[in-house]
Design a protein around this ligand. Structure first.
Ligand code: ZN
Length: 317
């Protein structure tokens, strides 16, 4: 596909019902969502469990996974056999299960070649007094197994207050849970592998409980990681831009557009989400809740208006 045809790739979000979900994706973001508790908006995804369709332009109607395979030039020298990122908005009205994700090596061996899952959260909304679980305090597998078997969750889990604008990197092996009253934009490896440690003994509509995965959890928990005490962003903002994280799987930046800003041409591609406010990219209006991919070779973006964007990318091979 010639570089001049590589327009922005706007994706159609997909919605997933979750027992912990709410209605804020409709009430706050204005999405048309199905009835029921909707926990997740998969905004930019090529995962088999939710493969986004392109909304407009010459690629309208194509799936992101097809573009990765058939038009890989759109993603430059991004490596891998599948689109590597998954961008979601989560609306937790109730607490999510206490969970942990494996890294790539464990997932490849035990989960049929799946990727591991490294994820991060930019907090969009938090009710007063809201908190989340990030990290755990057991120093080895035996201690962890013992605390779990006794249900000593207060001793095991590291609980942190959460506020809009906080950011949390959740490396594989970190026990975590988003709790009720919180909305986050999640950037993650394109993987669905979750080991559930505890689900508060909740029952689903059919009376069953969701499965737990204690052995796998104990296998993958990182017993050396120091639990953190805050998600406050301490990186400095330069010309409206703040680097929230850079890890082997992704970089995530926050852009605060107030008037005018440019975003450089991506080496691979950018995933862009408008998380508040409104404005424009070039001549095209942008509003809260829109998401797009900037393909490799796209010219520098001319952004205007008053809005906050979360921009993620991956390293070149
Ligand atoms: Zn997770």
């Amino acid at each position: 596909m010639p570089a001049e045809d590589r327009g922005l790739i706007f994706t159609a979000p997909l919605f997933h019902e979750k027992i912990w979900g709410g209605r804020r994706l409709a009430d706050d973001f204005g999405y048309q969502i199905p009835d029921g508790p909707i926990g997740e908006c998969w905004a930019i995804s090529a995962h088999p469990a939710g493969d986004c369709v392109v909304l407009e332009g010459p690629l309208a109607g194509r799936r992101l996974s097809e573009l990765w395979v058939e038009h890989h030039e759109l993603f430059g020298r991004a490596k891998g056999d599948r689109f590597p990122l998954l961008v979601k908005i989560l609306d937790a009205e109730e607490d999510l299960s206490i969970q942990v994700h494996p890294g790539d090596a464990y997932a490849a061996e035990h989960e049929g070649g799946s990727l591991g899952k490294c994820e991060c959260w930019y907090v969009l909304h938090a009710d007063p007094g809201a908190s989340i679980v990030v990290g755990q305090r057991a120093r080895n597998r035996d201690e962890c197994a013992e605390l779990i078997s006794r249900g000593a969750w207060d001793r095991l889990l590291n609980v942190v207050d959460v506020h809009a604008g906080d950011f949390f990197q959740i490396d594989p092996g970190t026990v975590h849970a988003i709790r009720g009253g919180t909305m986050v934009l999640e950037t993650q490896q394109s993987s669905d592998v979750t080991y559930r440690v505890y689900d508060y003994d909740r029952v689903q509509d059919d009376g069953s409980k969701r499965e737990l995965h204690l052995q796998q959890s104990l296998d993958v928990i990182d017993y050396e990681a120091e639990p953190l005490s805050s998600g406050e962003v301490t990186a400095s903002e330069v010309d409206g831009r703040t680097r929230l994280v850079s890890c082997p799987y992704y970089t995530v930046d926050r852009l605060r557009v107030d008037g005018h800003m440019t975003l450089e041409s991506p080496q691979t591609f950018w995933c862009v989400s408008v998380v508040s406010g409104s404005g424009r990219v070039g001549e095209r209006p942008l509003s809260r809740g829109e998401h797009f991919v900037v393909p490799a070779g796209h010219e520098e973006l001319d952004l205007g208006g008053n809005m906050e964007l979360i921009v993620s990318g991956v390293p070149a091979a």
